[in-house]
Ligand binder design. Structure first.
Ligand SMILES: [Zn+2]
Length: 76
C-alpha cells in the first residue's frame, strides 16, 4: 500500500503523463474531492478527481503552503 498523499494548495508536482502542451509540472490550486491544478507550462487550469490526479503524480517538486519550521511550531 502506498501512503496517502498530502496534497496542499501551492504544491508543485510532476505528473507521469505530459499535458497537451508538453509540460509535466503543475501547481495545485485547489484541494478537495477534486484537485484543481495549473499547468506551469501553458498556464491552463484543470480539475480532476482526486484519485485520478494522485495516480498521475510522479513526484513532488515543491511543498506549498506556509513554510513552518517544526522547531518553532510550539511557541506557547
Ligand atoms: Zn499545459
Amino acid at each position: 500500500m502506498r501512503p496517502p498523499m498530502k496534497l496542499q494548495v501551492g504544491d508543485v508536482v510532476e505528473l507521469r503523463k505530459p499535458h497537451a502542451c508538453g509540460g509535466k509540472v503543475w501547481r495545485i490550486i485547489r484541494v478537495g474531492a477534486d484537485i484543481g491544478a495549473l499547468c506551469l507550462t501553458c498556464q491552463r487550469y484543470v480539475l480532476l478527481p482526486r484519485s485520478r490526479f494522485e495516480s498521475r503524480i510522479k513526484r513532488f517538486m515543491d511543498q506549498g503552503g506556509p513554510v513552518t519550521d517544526p522547531s518553532v511550531e510550539k511557541c506557547a
